[in-house]
Ligand binder design. Structure first.
Ligand code: NAD
Length: 476
């Protein structure tokens, strides 16, 4: 199976282009070949998107944009099993979580369809200013033009849609650069939009290497906005190269979860096993640091370890599998060296820590210190640390000692404490009595510090994908 770019509705033949194998992370079988886009292909894609924006999308009425999005959501719902199997195969994500990703993706497109009809402006009371009598003014939200959407491998469908759906809802065109490890769902998604009636060229996908296509895409003068989800180093480079373009960066984190002694442990333990190990911890808001009040620390740890050991490890394509491989062997090797490094500095492996190819067993660490990589950096792997604390102040201090600030979870029955801690945490979002890893697609989502810039969550992404335009009139 060949996967090529789709530009103005056309797929590409290999000809002189290079190819790249797409491999199933569980068994290393080749599942497709990407026909890699060249810089010339990228130029064609951006130029075409620019023309289609001015000729078509900019003029398309809101009801039509909403209809196309709704139709796409319906088609995706019909093809749920196919998309879920594709994600499981190309990303190694267990079917259970892949199905959930498709369900969420359907909702994201529906939210975008609804929001397409709600892009409002406001009337400005111009007579509030001295001399403003007999003047009338209002604002409109207008589309930007070409939006470059660069996406990661870990939620190849849903995180791509968090960019594409709001961009199209607002009347922009999109040049989409999906992760090279997970191009198949991206390819199928673009075809789905075309089937739903999206004009050719409104969504062009370029299949290629980030290192080759990234700079020309980010620096292109016909691109008005870059929206990126991925790692901190790549995000930093994009920030430096994007110049005056609008920019959204959804980057990494080392999410903390704080458990106070007044809670029933059942729910947090069940939640945090998923929060730490779903998709092998390759989730930006994966529970990486769990701070547990000293009085319940040992009970929590014992139960958490036992529940983790019961996870069903296996082939992502089997229904019962709860835990599968990491994306590639390099990622698993890197994670294993971080575990070994922590152990050499005094940390303890309570369970897991064994690697075989792309499989790294679910790992719980204790006796960790702030300068260990498994605490200070984003592990993006099935590794979680459990750390005791005594007081609220201590828990807040530990949680905030990070270059990141995406989402946190707090567990307590004391509402005063919950709100106080939520206010003190330096995060883009805080969940009370819910794990840091929980996300809905309609709340604002994004980071502070080095976790990013801007917010997604369809309505909020639309704000960032439109420009506020003022129109005033002087009346006789
Ligand atoms: P990555 O940064 O390696 O790649 C992401 C995308 O950037 C890919 O499409 C890649 O081809 C492209 N890219 C690579 N080099 C580039 C360059 N120089 N210029 C432009 N684009 C380039 O990330 P990944 O490994 O696919 O994903 C994992 C990372 O994504 C983790 O750090 C994770 O925390 C983060 N992430 C964040 C969120 C969030 O919402 N905050 C969500 C998911 C993942």
């Amino acid at each position: 199976m060949y996967i090529s770019s789709i530009i103005n509705g056309e797929t590409f033949k290999k000809e002189s282009r290079d190819t790249l194998a797409v491999v199933n992370p569980y068994n290393q079988e080749e599942i497709a070949q990407i026909i890699l886009a060249t810089p010339d292909d990228l130029e064609t894609a951006v130029t075409n998107s620019y023309e289609i924006f001015h000729q078509t999308m900019k003029k398309m009425p809101a009801y039509k944009r909403a209809d196309i999005l709704l139709k796409t959501a319906e088609l995706l719902k019909e093809r749920k099993e196919d998309f879920a199997a594709t994600i499981a195969e190309e990303a190694g994500k267990p079917l259970k979580f892949s199905r959930n990703e498709v369900d969420r993706a359907v909702q994201v497109i529906r939210f975008a369809s609804e929001q397409a009809k709600q892009i409002n402006g406001e009337v400005i009371p111009l007579d509030a200013a001295v001399g403003g009598e007999n003047r009338f003014g209002f604002t409109k939200r207008v589309p930007l033009g070409v939006v470059a959407a660069i996406t990661p491998f870990n939620f190849p469908l849903n995180l791509s849609l968090h960019k594409i759906a709001p961009a199209l809802a607002a009347g922009n065109t999109v040049v989409f650069k999906p992760a090279e490890k997970t191009p198949i769902s991206a390819y199928k998604l673009v075809q789905l939009f075309h089937e739903a009636g999206l004009p050719k060229g409104a969504l062009n996908v370029v299949m290629g290497l980030g290192e080759e296509l990234g700079d020309p895409l980010v620096e292109h003068d016909k691109v008005q906005k870059v929206t990126f989800t991925g790692s901190l180093p790549v995000g930093r480079g994009i920030r430096e190269k994007a110049g005056f373009k609008k920019i959204t960066l959804e980057l990494g984190s080392n999410s903390p979860n704080i458990i106070f002694k007044d809670v029933d442990l059942e729910a947090p333990i069940e939640g945090l096993v998923t929060g730490a190990f779903a998709f092998s911890g390759q989730v930006c808001i994966s529970a990486q640091r769990i701070y547990v009040q000293q009085d319940i620390y040992h009970e929590f740890l014992e139960k958490f370890v036992n529940r983790t050991k019961a996870l069903k490890i296996g082939d992502p394509l089997e229904d019962a599998t709860e835990f599968g491989p990491m994306i590639d062997e390099k990622a698993a090797e890197r994670a294993k060296t971080w575990i070994d490094d922590a152990v050499s500095k005094g940390a303890t492996v309570e369970t897991g820590g064994e690697r075989n190819g792309t499989m790294l067993t679910p790992t719980i660490m204790t006796n960790v210190k702030n300068d260990m990589k498994i605490i200070a950096e984003e592990v993006f792997a099935p590794i979680v640390s459990v750390i005791p604390f005594h007081t609220e102040e201590e828990a807040v201090k530990y949680a905030n000692e990070s270059i990141y600030g995406l989402q946190a979870g707090i567990f307590t029955k004391d509402l005063n404490r919950a709100f106080s801690v939520a206010d003190q945490l330096e995060m883009g979002g805080v969940w009370i009595n819910e794990i840091s890893t929980y996300r809905q697609d309609n709340h604002p989502y994004g980071g502070v510090k080095q976790s990013g810039i801007g917010r997604e969550g369809v309505k909020y992404a639309i704000d960032d994908m439109t420009e506020l335009k003022f129109i005033g009139i002087k009346l006789d």
